[in-house]
Design a protein. Structure first.
Length: 450
């Protein structure tokens, strides 16, 4: 079911419940008022009959005439009976209908009884004391006019309810259509966007409503998708180029070797060259695999001591690179938990190791300073070198896959290490700050958020 239909039904249901409650209240109040009004009429008829038959000798002439006028104003299907203390009917000698003794006794006991029978006949009995004795006056009638009015009111309210329900449903559909028209426009605009037109953006109208928030969200998503597609294209193009280089060298060496008969020493030389290119290809494939792996959601996190981790990284690369010099320092703290974080030790070892490897490689065997300290109660790792540095134009691109600075010519590498490190560090909510000047060195500051 579409949202428009849901909104229409919900609007109709809520309005119907509200309207039904109001109409039911009106009907109940009307019926209550009708019953109370008829009760007063019955009471008046009972007292009028009692005054006419029992108090004639005690009334003035004017008062008796007034009672006589009231007496003629009988109710529909009226029955009035007067009983003495012996439960015998008096004054009215009509035996066509007599009230049950249980009603008479109840009037004696409670002094007043009012009830409605199944045939809508309403009966009121009162205890009437008089100087000539005590009497029970019972008046009964059917409120035919009131019942007819109530029935008419019921059918009028019922018809009005269903007509209103019909009007509310179509009003709700119109309202939902108007309310959702901006969203429908957004949907139609999104439908025409394809992978070849991710640069398009949805129009944002003035205001701060939910539609604008949705449009902004779509635009942000499109921007991320565009960046991802561009990064993917760049990655594929660069990866293809980098993979083609060692493969071309391998094929060329093999073709040269097979072209003519050669001495064993020449074959060995060519095989060493092929081996060297194959190793480069293997390193490149491993780096690409590691880069792809960082896009997978890693959930194997555990407690890691950063002071122990940087010692392991230092030992790893100091032994792998000849004539390297890494000086390690860290502030001693009483609570070692301040240097403990939650993360994946293998990935963090790889990320910090790539940064340290670059610092050693581009420093030409000059000392590299690696420091661990607390800043604003957050652990920070600083890796400072005195190498070739990074230009201001290149700093913003150093974390792009396969990007290499203009001054890195002659240094072995593929431009994957820093991209890999950035992905891993972002996965661990680590802020990266890079400070660098050409020919002065670079400093990578890694801040581990709590």
């Amino acid at each position: 079911m579409k949202i428009r239909d849901k909104l229409s039904l919900q609007f109709t249901l809520i309005s119907a419940l509200l309207l039904f409650t109001i109409m039911a209240g009106i009907f109940i109040l009307t019926v209550t008022y009708r019953n109370n009004d008829f009760y007063e009429h019955l009471k008046e008829r009972a007292i009028t009959n009692a005054e006419l038959f029992l108090a004639q000798d005690n009334l003035s002439a004017d008062k008796f005439l007034e009672v006589q006028k009231k007496f003629t104003q009988s109710l529909p299907h009226e029955i009035v009976r007067i009983y003495d203390d012996s439960d015998q009917p008096v004054f009215i000698k009509d035996n066509s209908y007599q009230f049950p003794k249980i009603i008479i006794e109840e009037v004696k006991k409670t002094k007043s009884v009012f009830y409605t029978s199944k045939d809508e006949r309403q009966t009121l009995g009162i205890y009437y004391p008089d100087n000539s004795g005590n009497f029970i006056v019972i008046a009964s009638a059917i409120n035919t006019y009131g019942i007819r009015q109530t029935q008419q009111l019921f059918w009028i309210l019922l018809a009005a309810f269903f007509i209103s329900l019909f009007i509310m449903f179509f009003t709700g559909r119109l309202f939902s259509k108007i309310a959702l028209s901006p969203m429908i426009k957004v949907i139609n605009d999104v439908k025409i966007i394809r992978s070849t037109s991710l640069d398009k953006r949805l129009k944002i109208k003035k205001g701060k409503d939910e539609i604008n928030e949705l449009t902004n969200t779509f635009n942000n998503l499109l921007e991320h998708l565009e960046q991802s597609f561009e990064a993917q294209k760049s990655f594929v193009a660069n990866a293809s180029h980098e993979l083609r280089t060692p493969i071309t060298a391998i094929i060329g060496n093999i073709e040269v070797a097979l072209g003519n008969e050669r001495r064993n020493e020449e074959y060995k030389t060519m095989l060493y060259e092929v081996l060297d290119e194959a190793e480069k290809l293997n390193d490149l494939i491993n780096n690409l695999f590691e880069l792809a792996q960082t896009n997978i959601d890693i959930t194997e996190f555990h407690q890691i001591r950063l002071d122990e981790l940087i010692w392991q990284v230092k030992d790893e690369w100091a032994n792998k690179i000849e004539n390297s010099c890494v000086e390690l320092s860290y502030d001693h703290v009483d609570d070692k938990k301040k240097y403990t974080i939650l993360g994946n030790s293998y990935l963090l070892f790889m990320a910090i190791g790539n940064i340290m490897k670059n610092a050693i490689k581009f420093s030409n065997n000059k000392p590299v300073m690696c420091s661990l300290y607390l800043h604003n109660n957050e652990p920070v790792i600083s890796i400072l070198d005195s190498g070739i540095g990074i230009s201001k134009d290149d700093i913003q691109n150093i974390f792009q896959p396969f990007f290499r600075g203009k001054n890195t010519f002659g240094y072995v590498g593929y431009g994957i290490g820093l991209s890999l490190s950035e992905k891993i560090l972002k996965l661990h909510n680590v802020r990266i700050t890079v400070n660098s000047e050409l020919n002065q060195g670079s400093e990578f500051i890694l801040t581990f958020s709590n």
